[in-house]
Design a protein around this ligand. Structure first.
Ligand code: ZN
Ligand code: ZN
Length: 368
């Protein structure tokens, strides 16, 4: 699998005229070789010449964590008194164009720029974005496993197994995190619990606000599920509940979100421009009079990273392909009052869009 990915990356490098690929912290490295760099001030960097052997430059104290894959790359551990930038420059050789991982600390890029004055640096996402976006069957399976795990957490919310009334957002968020781990995630990436007026803030940080009768409660959470290759794949889901009987005004708002989400999922077919999927949700919300209250894009790609290509946003004319996996998450946010969002992860298949999440989409009423 990793050998195949390295081959594809090299093909893309020659196509784009890139002489060397430099990957450090972030999701590119684990996707390519199954090793994740520690986010340290000490440099870890994989050097992949377009033709020539790949070398992983790694701090001596991190080297024991590296699973050696001599058929893919050799390991060069550096000591505390070594200059790792110098090492990378030498391994790269004379280079006209280098692609560097988008999440690399600027500290290292600044040093590389100074020591490779004749080299033009480009973002590695140029070649890795499209490759990582097309999931292979194993990756789709990993995303499906992750989606099923958060679906079970949602079921526990809907059934009342995770109590809400009289508890703070922070308390409920802690429960959700524990549940996610119990359901098979190895890492919790984020938990949003937004009650009442807080639901109008799409990325609300859970607070001490106590959940009460008459609140909408918006939950958005995700984590990573580890695969055999040593790499985690992400889940990401949003659902809303209402504490007691919702006013008809909220029901109407929620139905618009629900219809917009279904419309966007149905539109997510092979060959459809990403922006057309965004428009499918947005047009419906705008027609219902809520256009100014849908304040973010419709979705983002997902894989090793929570947010990656393809982005489902106006202006993105690139077309969906089989294997693309992304969220569809329209929302409506009325400041000071309430908000609603619904989010599923969708994969494009030969036979159309397939939602990986099966948790109830209708507004569930929880006894306050
Ligand atoms: Zn989300
Ligand atoms: Zn999302």
């Amino acid at each position: 699998m990793h050998a195949e990915r390295i081959r594809k990356v090299r093909d893309a490098m020659s196509e784009h005229g890139i002489d060397v690929l430099l990957l450090s912290v972030g999701a590119d490295l684990p996707w390519l070789i199954g090793y994740e760099a520690m986010p340290l001030e000490r440099l870890t960097m994989l050097v992949v010449p377009v033709d020539g052997d790949a070398t992983l430059v790694v701090p001596r104290l991190e080297a024991p964590r590296v699973r050696e894959r001599p058929e893919l790359f050799s390991v060069h551990a550096w000591d505390e008194t070594d200059d790792p930038i110098d090492l990378v420059v030498r391994l790269a050789g004379p280079v006209r164009v280098a692609a560097i991982g988008n999440r690399t600390w600027s500290q290292f890029l600044v040093e590389l720029l100074a020591r490779m004055p004749g080299t033009w640096f480009r973002a590695a996402s140029e070649i890795l974005g499209p490759l990582r976006a097309r999931k292979d069957p194993d990756e789709v399976e990993a995303l499906t496993t992750a989606a099923a795990a958060v679906d079970r957490v949602v079921a526990a919310l809907h059934s009342g197994e995770i109590p809400l009334a009289g508890r703070s957002e922070v308390q409920v968020a802690a429960d959700l995190g524990q549940r996610m781990l119990a359901e098979g995630h190895h890492r919790v990436n984020f938990v949003i619990v937004a009650s009442g007026p807080n639901a109008a803030s799409p990325h609300h940080e859970p607070s001490d606000r106590v959940i009460q009768q008459g609140d909408v409660v918006l939950f958005d959470f995700g984590g990573s599920v580890l695969t055999e290759s040593g790499v985690g794949y992400c889940s990401d889901i949003t659902r809303c509940v209402f504490m007691g009987e919702p006013p008809s005004e909220f029901r109407e708002l929620y139905e618009v979100v629900h219809a917009a989400q279904q419309a966007a999922i149905s539109a997510a077919k092979n060959g459809t421009p990403c922006e057309a999927v965004d428009a499918a949700a947005r047009d419906l919300i705008t027609a219902a009079g809520y256009g100014p209250y849908f304040i973010h894009r419709t979705g983002h790609g997902i894989g090793v990273e929570e947010h990656e290509d393809p982005y489902i946003v106006a202006g993105n004319q690139s077309r969906l392909e089989v294997g693309h996996a992304f969220s569809i998450e329209p929302g409506i946010y009325i400041p000071g009052r309430w908000g609603a969002r619904l989010e599923d992860i969708v994969v494009v298949t030969d036979s159309g869009p397939r939602s990986l999440n099966a948790a109830e989409h209708r507004l569930v009423i929880v006894d306050a």
